[in-house]
Design a protein around this ligand. Structure first.
Ligand code: FES
Length: 576
Protein backbone atom coordinates (compact mmCIF):
# COMPACT_ATOMS: atom_id res chain seq x y z
CA UNK A 1 0.00 0.00 0.00
CA UNK A 2 1.22 3.52 -0.81
CA UNK A 3 2.68 5.52 2.03
CA UNK A 4 0.37 8.12 3.52
CA UNK A 5 1.65 10.88 5.78
CA UNK A 6 -0.45 12.19 8.65
CA UNK A 7 -0.77 15.95 9.24
CA UNK A 8 1.23 15.71 12.46
CA UNK A 9 4.06 14.00 10.53
CA UNK A 10 4.51 17.05 8.32
CA UNK A 11 7.67 19.05 8.74
CA UNK A 12 5.66 22.27 8.88
CA UNK A 13 3.70 20.92 11.87
CA UNK A 14 6.78 21.69 13.96
CA UNK A 15 6.36 25.37 13.10
CA UNK A 16 2.57 25.71 13.09
CA UNK A 17 1.07 22.73 14.93
CA UNK A 18 2.69 22.58 18.36
CA UNK A 19 1.67 24.56 21.44
CA UNK A 20 4.71 26.48 22.59
CA UNK A 21 5.98 30.02 22.49
CA UNK A 22 7.97 29.60 19.30
CA UNK A 23 4.95 28.22 17.43
CA UNK A 24 2.91 31.11 18.79
CA UNK A 25 5.46 33.37 17.08
CA UNK A 26 5.13 31.49 13.80
CA UNK A 27 1.35 31.60 13.82
CA UNK A 28 1.05 35.19 14.95
CA UNK A 29 3.51 36.31 12.28
CA UNK A 30 1.66 34.32 9.62
CA UNK A 31 -1.49 36.08 10.79
CA UNK A 32 0.36 39.38 10.37
CA UNK A 33 0.38 38.55 6.64
CA UNK A 34 -3.33 37.86 6.62
CA UNK A 35 -3.16 34.07 6.81
CA UNK A 36 -5.22 32.10 9.31
CA UNK A 37 -5.41 28.57 10.66
CA UNK A 38 -7.49 27.56 7.60
CA UNK A 39 -4.43 28.25 5.47
CA UNK A 40 -2.07 25.88 7.28
CA UNK A 41 -3.95 23.52 9.55
CA UNK A 42 -3.63 19.96 8.29
CA UNK A 43 -2.16 21.18 5.02
CA UNK A 44 1.24 20.57 3.45
CA UNK A 45 3.20 23.80 3.13
CA UNK A 46 4.65 23.95 -0.36
CA UNK A 47 7.72 26.03 -1.10
CA UNK A 48 7.74 27.45 -4.58
CA UNK A 49 11.34 28.28 -5.38
CA UNK A 50 10.96 30.97 -8.02
CA UNK A 51 14.02 32.02 -9.99
CA UNK A 52 12.24 35.00 -11.53
CA UNK A 53 14.03 38.33 -11.68
CA UNK A 54 13.79 41.55 -13.62
CA UNK A 55 16.91 40.52 -15.51
CA UNK A 56 16.14 36.94 -16.42
CA UNK A 57 14.52 36.99 -19.85
CA UNK A 58 14.03 33.22 -19.87
CA UNK A 59 11.95 33.37 -16.70
CA UNK A 60 10.03 36.55 -17.56
CA UNK A 61 6.75 34.61 -17.37
CA UNK A 62 7.51 33.19 -13.91
CA UNK A 63 5.99 36.26 -12.25
CA UNK A 64 2.61 35.12 -13.60
CA UNK A 65 3.35 31.41 -13.76
CA UNK A 66 4.00 31.21 -10.05
CA UNK A 67 0.38 32.23 -9.55
CA UNK A 68 -0.67 29.22 -11.64
CA UNK A 69 1.46 26.95 -9.48
CA UNK A 70 -0.12 28.47 -6.35
CA UNK A 71 -3.58 27.90 -7.83
CA UNK A 72 -2.75 24.23 -8.22
CA UNK A 73 -1.36 23.94 -4.69
CA UNK A 74 -4.51 25.56 -3.26
CA UNK A 75 -6.80 23.36 -5.36
CA UNK A 76 -5.12 20.26 -3.92
CA UNK A 77 -5.33 21.49 -0.34
CA UNK A 78 -1.81 22.79 0.16
CA UNK A 79 -0.41 26.04 1.54
CA UNK A 80 1.77 27.72 -1.13
CA UNK A 81 4.78 29.75 0.02
CA UNK A 82 6.77 31.51 -2.69
CA UNK A 83 10.48 31.74 -1.96
CA UNK A 84 12.51 33.77 -4.49
CA UNK A 85 16.00 32.54 -5.33
CA UNK A 86 18.80 33.93 -7.47
CA UNK A 87 17.82 33.71 -11.12
CA UNK A 88 21.18 33.20 -12.88
CA UNK A 89 20.34 34.87 -16.15
CA UNK A 90 22.72 33.24 -18.58
CA UNK A 91 23.61 36.24 -20.79
CA UNK A 92 23.87 38.83 -18.03
CA UNK A 93 25.79 37.15 -15.21
CA UNK A 94 29.56 37.58 -15.38
CA UNK A 95 32.04 35.98 -15.52
CA UNK A 96 29.82 32.92 -15.89
CA UNK A 97 26.65 31.55 -14.35
CA UNK A 98 28.66 28.38 -13.77
CA UNK A 99 30.53 30.23 -11.03
CA UNK A 100 27.18 30.52 -9.23
CA UNK A 101 25.40 27.24 -10.03
CA UNK A 102 26.52 25.81 -6.71
CA UNK A 103 25.54 29.01 -4.93
CA UNK A 104 21.96 28.68 -6.20
CA UNK A 105 22.04 25.00 -5.25
CA UNK A 106 23.11 25.96 -1.74
CA UNK A 107 20.59 28.78 -1.55
CA UNK A 108 17.70 26.57 -2.65
CA UNK A 109 18.71 23.76 -0.30
CA UNK A 110 18.96 26.09 2.66
CA UNK A 111 15.70 27.89 1.78
CA UNK A 112 14.00 24.52 2.01
CA UNK A 113 15.85 23.48 5.14
CA UNK A 114 15.25 26.66 7.09
CA UNK A 115 11.58 27.29 6.29
CA UNK A 116 8.39 25.53 7.38
CA UNK A 117 7.89 23.60 4.15
CA UNK A 118 6.96 20.00 3.38
CA UNK A 119 7.51 19.90 -0.35
CA UNK A 120 8.86 22.08 -3.13
CA UNK A 121 7.99 23.23 -6.62
CA UNK A 122 11.21 24.21 -8.34
CA UNK A 123 10.84 26.81 -11.09
CA UNK A 124 13.84 27.01 -13.39
CA UNK A 125 14.99 26.56 -16.94
CA UNK A 126 17.69 29.08 -17.87
CA UNK A 127 20.84 26.93 -18.11
CA UNK A 128 22.24 26.46 -14.59
CA UNK A 129 18.97 26.89 -12.74
CA UNK A 130 17.76 23.39 -13.66
CA UNK A 131 20.76 21.45 -12.34
CA UNK A 132 21.14 23.77 -9.35
CA UNK A 133 17.54 23.26 -8.21
CA UNK A 134 17.65 19.50 -8.75
CA UNK A 135 20.97 19.27 -6.89
CA UNK A 136 19.32 21.15 -4.02
CA UNK A 137 16.33 18.82 -4.05
CA UNK A 138 18.60 15.76 -4.04
CA UNK A 139 20.44 17.05 -0.99
CA UNK A 140 17.45 18.31 0.96
CA UNK A 141 15.40 15.27 -0.04
CA UNK A 142 11.91 16.52 0.69
CA UNK A 143 9.27 15.86 -2.01
CA UNK A 144 9.99 18.11 -4.99
CA UNK A 145 8.76 18.62 -8.53
CA UNK A 146 10.43 20.66 -11.23
CA UNK A 147 8.48 23.14 -13.38
CA UNK A 148 10.55 23.80 -16.49
CA UNK A 149 10.38 27.32 -17.93
CA UNK A 150 9.72 25.99 -21.43
CA UNK A 151 11.48 27.08 -24.60
CA UNK A 152 10.79 30.44 -26.22
CA UNK A 153 9.13 30.57 -29.63
CA UNK A 154 11.22 30.22 -32.80
CA UNK A 155 13.22 33.27 -33.81
CA UNK A 156 12.38 34.86 -37.14
CA UNK A 157 14.36 36.87 -39.69
CA UNK A 158 13.01 37.52 -43.18
CA UNK A 159 10.78 34.48 -42.79
CA UNK A 160 13.69 32.25 -41.80
CA UNK A 161 13.64 30.61 -38.36
CA UNK A 162 16.44 31.76 -36.08
CA UNK A 163 17.84 29.62 -33.26
CA UNK A 164 19.14 30.98 -29.95
CA UNK A 165 22.89 31.15 -29.85
CA UNK A 166 23.41 28.97 -32.89
CA UNK A 167 22.31 31.64 -35.35
CA UNK A 168 24.03 34.37 -33.34
CA UNK A 169 27.37 32.65 -33.93
CA UNK A 170 26.46 31.91 -37.54
CA UNK A 171 25.46 35.45 -38.50
CA UNK A 172 28.26 37.01 -36.43
CA UNK A 173 30.72 34.98 -38.54
CA UNK A 174 28.89 36.13 -41.70
CA UNK A 175 29.09 39.76 -40.52
CA UNK A 176 32.81 39.42 -39.82
CA UNK A 177 33.28 37.81 -43.22
CA UNK A 178 31.43 40.75 -44.83
CA UNK A 179 28.51 38.66 -46.08
CA UNK A 180 25.71 40.54 -44.26
CA UNK A 181 25.34 44.24 -43.44
CA UNK A 182 25.18 45.96 -40.03
CA UNK A 183 21.49 46.70 -40.70
CA UNK A 184 20.78 43.04 -41.35
CA UNK A 185 22.68 42.12 -38.19
CA UNK A 186 20.41 44.55 -36.28
CA UNK A 187 17.36 42.78 -37.71
CA UNK A 188 18.71 39.44 -36.51
CA UNK A 189 19.15 41.01 -33.05
CA UNK A 190 15.48 42.02 -33.00
CA UNK A 191 14.15 38.71 -34.29
CA UNK A 192 16.11 36.07 -32.48
CA UNK A 193 14.35 36.17 -29.08
CA UNK A 194 10.63 36.89 -29.44
CA UNK A 195 8.95 35.54 -26.31
CA UNK A 196 9.56 34.46 -22.72
CA UNK A 197 11.18 31.08 -22.29
CA UNK A 198 14.64 29.59 -22.44
CA UNK A 199 16.84 29.16 -25.50
CA UNK A 200 14.96 27.11 -28.07
CA UNK A 201 17.85 25.30 -29.68
CA UNK A 202 19.13 22.09 -28.09
CA UNK A 203 21.34 24.16 -25.82
CA UNK A 204 22.02 23.55 -22.19
CA UNK A 205 18.57 24.75 -21.13
CA UNK A 206 16.59 22.43 -23.44
CA UNK A 207 19.01 19.60 -22.70
CA UNK A 208 18.75 19.96 -18.94
CA UNK A 209 14.99 20.49 -18.76
CA UNK A 210 14.61 17.39 -20.95
CA UNK A 211 17.05 15.58 -18.66
CA UNK A 212 14.95 16.69 -15.68
CA UNK A 213 11.92 15.09 -17.28
CA UNK A 214 13.86 11.93 -18.14
CA UNK A 215 15.07 11.82 -14.53
CA UNK A 216 11.44 11.78 -13.49
CA UNK A 217 11.49 15.15 -11.73
CA UNK A 218 8.69 16.76 -13.82
CA UNK A 219 5.23 15.80 -14.91
CA UNK A 220 5.35 13.80 -18.16
CA UNK A 221 5.61 16.01 -21.22
CA UNK A 222 6.43 19.13 -19.21
CA UNK A 223 9.85 19.97 -20.63
CA UNK A 224 8.89 20.47 -24.27
CA UNK A 225 5.95 22.87 -23.85
CA UNK A 226 6.84 26.35 -25.14
CA UNK A 227 6.68 28.99 -22.41
CA UNK A 228 4.11 31.01 -24.36
CA UNK A 229 1.73 28.06 -24.90
CA UNK A 230 -1.34 27.88 -22.66
CA UNK A 231 -0.50 24.22 -22.05
CA UNK A 232 2.42 25.56 -20.04
CA UNK A 233 0.03 27.29 -17.67
CA UNK A 234 -1.92 24.08 -17.20
CA UNK A 235 1.29 22.12 -16.63
CA UNK A 236 2.29 24.63 -13.93
CA UNK A 237 -1.01 24.34 -12.05
CA UNK A 238 -0.99 20.54 -12.45
CA UNK A 239 2.51 20.50 -10.92
CA UNK A 240 1.15 22.55 -8.01
CA UNK A 241 -1.61 20.02 -7.49
CA UNK A 242 0.74 17.07 -7.80
CA UNK A 243 3.30 18.23 -5.23
CA UNK A 244 0.64 18.21 -2.52
CA UNK A 245 0.00 14.53 -3.18
CA UNK A 246 3.72 13.86 -3.37
CA UNK A 247 3.99 15.18 0.18
CA UNK A 248 1.19 12.93 1.42
CA UNK A 249 2.82 10.00 -0.40
CA UNK A 250 6.24 11.04 0.93
CA UNK A 251 7.73 10.55 -2.54
CA UNK A 252 11.21 12.02 -2.17
CA UNK A 253 13.83 13.01 -4.76
CA UNK A 254 16.23 10.22 -3.85
CA UNK A 255 13.55 7.65 -4.67
CA UNK A 256 13.36 9.25 -8.11
CA UNK A 257 17.03 10.15 -8.69
CA UNK A 258 18.28 6.58 -8.84
CA UNK A 259 21.01 5.07 -10.98
CA UNK A 260 18.35 3.99 -13.48
CA UNK A 261 17.00 7.52 -13.66
CA UNK A 262 20.48 8.96 -14.18
CA UNK A 263 21.10 6.47 -16.99
CA UNK A 264 17.76 7.40 -18.57
CA UNK A 265 18.76 11.06 -18.43
CA UNK A 266 22.16 10.43 -20.02
CA UNK A 267 20.61 8.30 -22.78
CA UNK A 268 18.04 11.03 -23.41
CA UNK A 269 20.65 13.77 -23.70
CA UNK A 270 22.57 11.62 -26.18
CA UNK A 271 19.52 10.99 -28.35
CA UNK A 272 18.79 14.72 -28.32
CA UNK A 273 22.31 15.63 -29.44
CA UNK A 274 22.29 17.62 -26.21
CA UNK A 275 24.69 20.09 -24.69
CA UNK A 276 28.10 18.97 -23.48
CA UNK A 277 27.31 20.85 -20.26
CA UNK A 278 24.91 18.06 -19.34
CA UNK A 279 27.91 15.82 -18.62
CA UNK A 280 28.98 18.18 -15.83
CA UNK A 281 25.50 18.76 -14.43
CA UNK A 282 24.32 15.15 -14.44
CA UNK A 283 27.54 14.05 -12.75
CA UNK A 284 26.86 16.64 -10.06
CA UNK A 285 23.22 15.54 -9.66
CA UNK A 286 24.32 11.91 -9.42
CA UNK A 287 26.93 12.65 -6.79
CA UNK A 288 24.40 14.67 -4.78
CA UNK A 289 21.96 11.77 -4.91
CA UNK A 290 24.62 9.27 -3.89
CA UNK A 291 24.66 7.59 -7.31
CA UNK A 292 28.13 6.63 -8.39
CA UNK A 293 28.48 7.57 -12.06
CA UNK A 294 31.46 8.90 -13.96
CA UNK A 295 32.36 10.14 -17.44
CA UNK A 296 32.77 6.60 -18.78
CA UNK A 297 28.99 6.15 -18.51
CA UNK A 298 28.49 9.07 -20.90
CA UNK A 299 30.83 7.61 -23.48
CA UNK A 300 29.33 4.12 -23.15
CA UNK A 301 25.75 5.35 -23.51
CA UNK A 302 26.76 7.70 -26.30
CA UNK A 303 28.14 4.77 -28.32
CA UNK A 304 24.88 2.93 -27.78
CA UNK A 305 22.40 5.74 -28.45
CA UNK A 306 21.56 7.22 -31.84
CA UNK A 307 20.80 10.92 -32.20
CA UNK A 308 17.17 11.06 -33.31
CA UNK A 309 16.27 14.70 -32.61
CA UNK A 310 16.92 16.88 -35.66
CA UNK A 311 17.36 20.05 -33.64
CA UNK A 312 19.94 22.82 -33.96
CA UNK A 313 22.87 23.07 -33.47
CA UNK A 314 23.33 19.45 -34.59
CA UNK A 315 20.20 19.46 -36.75
CA UNK A 316 17.71 21.74 -38.48
CA UNK A 317 14.71 22.36 -36.26
CA UNK A 318 13.89 24.14 -33.01
CA UNK A 319 12.13 23.24 -29.76
CA UNK A 320 8.79 24.60 -30.94
CA UNK A 321 8.94 22.12 -33.85
CA UNK A 322 9.97 19.40 -31.40
CA UNK A 323 6.89 20.06 -29.28
CA UNK A 324 4.57 19.87 -32.28
CA UNK A 325 6.33 16.67 -33.39
CA UNK A 326 5.43 14.92 -30.14
CA UNK A 327 7.99 16.40 -27.77
CA UNK A 328 10.11 14.48 -25.33
CA UNK A 329 7.46 11.82 -24.72
CA UNK A 330 7.47 11.11 -28.45
CA UNK A 331 11.24 10.87 -28.51
CA UNK A 332 11.39 8.67 -25.40
CA UNK A 333 8.78 6.33 -26.85
CA UNK A 334 11.16 5.69 -29.76
CA UNK A 335 14.04 5.08 -27.37
CA UNK A 336 12.08 2.88 -24.98
CA UNK A 337 14.19 -0.23 -25.64
CA UNK A 338 17.19 1.67 -24.26
CA UNK A 339 15.49 3.10 -21.19
CA UNK A 340 14.82 1.79 -17.70
CA UNK A 341 11.06 1.96 -17.96
CA UNK A 342 10.52 0.91 -14.35
CA UNK A 343 12.07 4.12 -12.99
CA UNK A 344 9.63 5.98 -10.74
CA UNK A 345 8.71 9.54 -11.64
CA UNK A 346 7.16 12.54 -9.92
CA UNK A 347 3.58 11.61 -10.78
CA UNK A 348 4.06 8.32 -8.93
CA UNK A 349 3.98 6.30 -12.12
CA UNK A 350 6.87 4.66 -13.90
CA UNK A 351 8.51 6.15 -16.95
CA UNK A 352 7.06 3.29 -18.98
CA UNK A 353 3.53 4.06 -17.80
CA UNK A 354 4.05 7.71 -18.66
CA UNK A 355 5.05 6.83 -22.20
CA UNK A 356 1.93 4.83 -22.95
CA UNK A 357 0.13 6.42 -25.89
CA UNK A 358 3.05 8.74 -26.72
CA UNK A 359 3.33 9.38 -30.46
CA UNK A 360 5.63 11.07 -32.95
CA UNK A 361 3.83 13.30 -35.45
CA UNK A 362 6.77 14.38 -37.59
CA UNK A 363 9.51 11.92 -38.55
CA UNK A 364 11.70 14.74 -39.83
CA UNK A 365 12.03 16.32 -36.40
CA UNK A 366 12.05 13.14 -34.31
CA UNK A 367 13.65 10.55 -36.52
CA UNK A 368 12.71 6.87 -36.61
CA UNK A 369 15.47 4.49 -35.54
CA UNK A 370 16.09 3.44 -39.15
CA UNK A 371 16.78 7.01 -40.23
CA UNK A 372 18.84 8.52 -37.43
CA UNK A 373 20.86 11.74 -37.44
CA UNK A 374 23.88 9.68 -36.40
CA UNK A 375 24.30 6.16 -35.14
CA UNK A 376 26.06 7.33 -32.00
CA UNK A 377 25.11 9.90 -29.41
CA UNK A 378 26.29 13.46 -29.47
CA UNK A 379 29.11 13.27 -26.97
CA UNK A 380 32.50 11.63 -26.97
CA UNK A 381 34.83 11.36 -23.98
CA UNK A 382 38.47 11.73 -24.92
CA UNK A 383 41.50 10.74 -22.91
CA UNK A 384 45.23 10.97 -23.42
CA UNK A 385 48.30 12.69 -22.09
CA UNK A 386 46.65 16.06 -22.72
CA UNK A 387 43.55 15.14 -20.69
CA UNK A 388 44.40 12.34 -18.24
CA UNK A 389 41.07 12.73 -16.43
CA UNK A 390 39.08 13.26 -19.60
CA UNK A 391 37.74 15.85 -22.01
CA UNK A 392 34.59 15.92 -24.10
CA UNK A 393 33.64 16.88 -27.64
CA UNK A 394 30.26 17.18 -29.29
CA UNK A 395 31.42 15.46 -32.45
CA UNK A 396 28.00 15.69 -34.10
CA UNK A 397 28.49 19.46 -34.27
CA UNK A 398 32.01 19.21 -35.75
CA UNK A 399 32.94 18.92 -39.40
CA UNK A 400 33.61 15.23 -40.17
CA UNK A 401 37.04 15.81 -41.75
CA UNK A 402 38.26 17.07 -38.36
CA UNK A 403 37.25 13.94 -36.46
CA UNK A 404 40.81 12.67 -36.96
CA UNK A 405 43.24 15.53 -37.12
CA UNK A 406 46.84 16.33 -36.27
CA UNK A 407 48.16 19.86 -36.33
CA UNK A 408 50.48 22.37 -34.68
CA UNK A 409 49.23 24.17 -31.59
CA UNK A 410 48.64 27.91 -31.51
CA UNK A 411 48.47 28.68 -27.79
CA UNK A 412 46.70 31.50 -25.98
CA UNK A 413 47.54 31.96 -22.30
CA UNK A 414 44.08 33.20 -21.36
CA UNK A 415 40.94 34.76 -22.83
CA UNK A 416 42.38 38.29 -23.03
CA UNK A 417 45.47 37.01 -24.82
CA UNK A 418 43.20 35.29 -27.33
CA UNK A 419 40.93 38.30 -27.78
CA UNK A 420 43.97 40.53 -28.45
CA UNK A 421 45.77 38.30 -30.95
CA UNK A 422 43.26 36.01 -32.68
CA UNK A 423 42.54 38.46 -35.53
CA UNK A 424 46.13 39.67 -35.91
CA UNK A 425 46.94 39.26 -39.61
CA UNK A 426 50.49 38.28 -38.63
CA UNK A 427 49.35 35.40 -36.41
CA UNK A 428 51.08 32.23 -37.65
CA UNK A 429 47.98 30.08 -38.10
CA UNK A 430 46.39 27.98 -40.84
CA UNK A 431 43.20 25.96 -41.08
CA UNK A 432 45.24 22.91 -39.99
CA UNK A 433 46.44 24.53 -36.75
CA UNK A 434 44.98 23.51 -33.41
CA UNK A 435 43.85 26.50 -31.34
CA UNK A 436 44.55 26.03 -27.62
CA UNK A 437 43.13 28.24 -24.86
CA UNK A 438 44.60 27.86 -21.37
CA UNK A 439 43.31 28.99 -17.97
CA UNK A 440 39.59 28.89 -18.75
CA UNK A 441 38.58 26.01 -16.47
CA UNK A 442 36.60 25.81 -13.22
CA UNK A 443 39.26 27.64 -11.15
CA UNK A 444 41.07 29.39 -13.99
CA UNK A 445 38.14 31.02 -15.84
CA UNK A 446 37.08 31.55 -13.13
CA UNK A 447 33.85 29.60 -13.32
CA UNK A 448 34.62 27.65 -16.48
CA UNK A 449 32.98 30.15 -18.85
CA UNK A 450 31.47 29.13 -22.17
CA UNK A 451 34.49 30.24 -24.15
CA UNK A 452 35.17 26.84 -25.66
CA UNK A 453 33.90 27.71 -29.12
CA UNK A 454 37.13 29.62 -29.72
CA UNK A 455 36.79 32.10 -32.59
CA UNK A 456 38.16 31.27 -36.02
CA UNK A 457 40.71 33.98 -37.00
CA UNK A 458 39.16 36.58 -39.29
CA UNK A 459 41.71 36.01 -42.03
CA UNK A 460 40.75 32.31 -42.15
CA UNK A 461 37.03 33.14 -42.07
CA UNK A 462 37.56 35.26 -45.17
CA UNK A 463 39.17 32.25 -46.83
CA UNK A 464 35.97 30.32 -46.13
CA UNK A 465 37.21 28.32 -43.09
CA UNK A 466 34.26 27.63 -40.75
CA UNK A 467 35.64 24.94 -38.44
CA UNK A 468 38.98 24.10 -36.86
CA UNK A 469 40.14 21.90 -33.98
CA UNK A 470 40.02 23.94 -30.80
CA UNK A 471 40.96 22.78 -27.30
CA UNK A 472 40.33 24.31 -23.89
CA UNK A 473 39.40 23.55 -20.32
CA UNK A 474 36.37 25.84 -20.75
CA UNK A 475 32.80 24.82 -21.47
CA UNK A 476 30.85 25.62 -24.61
CA UNK A 477 27.33 26.85 -24.96
CA UNK A 478 25.04 24.03 -25.95
CA UNK A 479 23.95 26.21 -28.84
CA UNK A 480 27.48 26.33 -30.25
CA UNK A 481 29.08 24.11 -32.83
CA UNK A 482 32.49 23.19 -34.14
CA UNK A 483 35.35 20.78 -33.45
CA UNK A 484 35.81 22.10 -29.93
CA UNK A 485 37.42 19.86 -27.31
CA UNK A 486 36.13 21.00 -23.93
CA UNK A 487 36.35 20.34 -20.18
CA UNK A 488 39.99 19.23 -20.35
CA UNK A 489 40.80 17.82 -16.92
CA UNK A 490 42.71 18.48 -14.87
CA UNK A 491 42.54 22.12 -15.90
CA UNK A 492 45.57 24.21 -16.81
CA UNK A 493 45.21 26.73 -13.96
CA UNK A 494 46.02 24.01 -11.42
CA UNK A 495 48.87 22.59 -13.50
CA UNK A 496 47.11 20.10 -15.80
CA UNK A 497 49.02 19.13 -18.96
CA UNK A 498 47.08 21.73 -20.99
CA UNK A 499 49.20 24.33 -19.16
CA UNK A 500 52.34 22.83 -20.72
CA UNK A 501 51.38 23.11 -24.40
CA UNK A 502 53.55 25.47 -26.43
CA UNK A 503 53.20 26.98 -29.89
CA UNK A 504 54.12 24.46 -32.58
CA UNK A 505 53.61 21.31 -30.47
CA UNK A 506 51.80 18.71 -32.53
CA UNK A 507 48.37 17.84 -31.13
CA UNK A 508 46.37 14.84 -32.23
CA UNK A 509 42.60 14.51 -32.01
CA UNK A 510 41.21 11.06 -32.75
CA UNK A 511 37.47 10.95 -32.08
CA UNK A 512 36.89 7.33 -33.19
CA UNK A 513 39.86 6.32 -31.00
CA UNK A 514 38.67 8.55 -28.10
CA UNK A 515 42.17 10.04 -27.91
CA UNK A 516 43.63 13.48 -27.28
CA UNK A 517 47.38 13.39 -27.50
CA UNK A 518 50.16 15.93 -27.19
CA UNK A 519 53.09 14.74 -29.27
CA UNK A 520 55.74 15.79 -26.75
CA UNK A 521 57.91 13.33 -24.81
CA UNK A 522 57.22 12.57 -21.17
CA UNK A 523 60.68 13.88 -20.28
CA UNK A 524 60.03 17.21 -21.97
CA UNK A 525 56.62 17.50 -20.32
CA UNK A 526 58.23 16.78 -16.92
CA UNK A 527 60.80 19.49 -17.59
CA UNK A 528 58.08 22.00 -18.52
CA UNK A 529 56.04 21.03 -15.45
CA UNK A 530 59.04 21.68 -13.17
CA UNK A 531 59.33 25.18 -14.65
CA UNK A 532 55.57 25.88 -14.53
CA UNK A 533 54.56 28.70 -12.22
CA UNK A 534 51.01 28.60 -10.83
CA UNK A 535 48.99 31.71 -11.77
CA UNK A 536 47.96 34.06 -8.98
CA UNK A 537 44.54 33.23 -7.44
CA UNK A 538 41.64 35.29 -8.75
CA UNK A 539 39.99 36.01 -5.40
CA UNK A 540 41.52 37.05 -2.07
CA UNK A 541 38.24 36.63 -0.18
CA UNK A 542 34.51 36.02 -0.39
CA UNK A 543 32.46 33.56 -2.41
CA UNK A 544 35.06 33.40 -5.20
CA UNK A 545 37.76 32.42 -2.70
CA UNK A 546 35.56 29.71 -1.21
CA UNK A 547 34.67 28.50 -4.70
CA UNK A 548 38.36 28.11 -5.63
CA UNK A 549 39.09 26.15 -2.45
CA UNK A 550 36.30 23.63 -2.91
CA UNK A 551 35.38 23.28 -6.58
CA UNK A 552 35.70 19.83 -8.15
CA UNK A 553 37.07 19.38 -11.66
CA UNK A 554 34.84 18.98 -14.71
CA UNK A 555 35.08 15.18 -14.78
CA UNK A 556 33.62 15.17 -11.27
CA UNK A 557 30.73 17.55 -11.92
CA UNK A 558 32.16 20.85 -10.60
CA UNK A 559 30.23 20.66 -7.34
CA UNK A 560 31.77 21.83 -4.10
CA UNK A 561 33.42 18.93 -2.33
CA UNK A 562 31.44 19.63 0.85
CA UNK A 563 28.07 19.58 -0.94
CA UNK A 564 28.23 16.08 -2.33
CA UNK A 565 26.27 13.30 -0.63
CA UNK A 566 27.36 13.17 2.99
CA UNK A 567 28.04 10.37 5.40
CA UNK A 568 24.71 8.74 6.26
CA UNK A 569 26.09 7.86 9.70
CA UNK A 570 26.32 11.53 10.61
CA UNK A 571 22.74 12.80 10.97
CA UNK A 572 21.95 16.41 10.23
CA UNK A 573 20.93 18.46 13.28
CA UNK A 574 17.26 18.54 14.23
CA UNK A 575 15.47 21.85 13.78
CA UNK A 576 13.83 23.12 16.97
FE1 FES B 1 18.47 31.49 -20.64
FE2 FES B 1 19.76 30.55 -22.92
S1 FES B 1 19.78 32.54 -22.01
S2 FES B 1 18.54 29.52 -21.50
Amino acid sequence: MAKRMKPEDLRSFRWFGVQDLRAFGHRSRAKQMGYGADDWEGKPAIAIINTWSDINQCHAHFKQRVEDVKRGVLQAGGFPIELPAMSLSEPFVKPSTMLYRNMLAMEAEELLRSHPVDGAVLMGGCDKTTPALIMAAASMNIPAIFVPAGPMLRGNWHGEPLGSGTDSWKYWAELRAGNITEDEWDEVESGIARSPGHCMTMGTASTMTSAAEALGMTLPGAASIPAADSNHIRMASASGRRIVDMVWEDLKPREILTEKALKNAVTTTMALGGSTNSAIHLLAVGRRAGVDIDLSLFDALSRDTPVIADIRPSGRYLMEDFYYAGGLRGLLSRLSAKLHLDAVTANGKTLGENLEGAKVYNDEVIRPLDNTMSEEGGLVVLKGNLAPDGAVIKHTAAEPQLHQHKGPAVVFKNYNDMAMRIDDVNLDITKDSVIVLQNAGPVGGPGMPEWGQLPIPQKLLKEGVRDMVRISDARMSGTSYGACVLHVAPESFIGGPLALVQDGDMVELDIPGRRLHLDVSDEELARRKAEWVAPKPHYPRGYGWMYAQHIRQANEGCDFDFLEAGDEDVPEPEIH
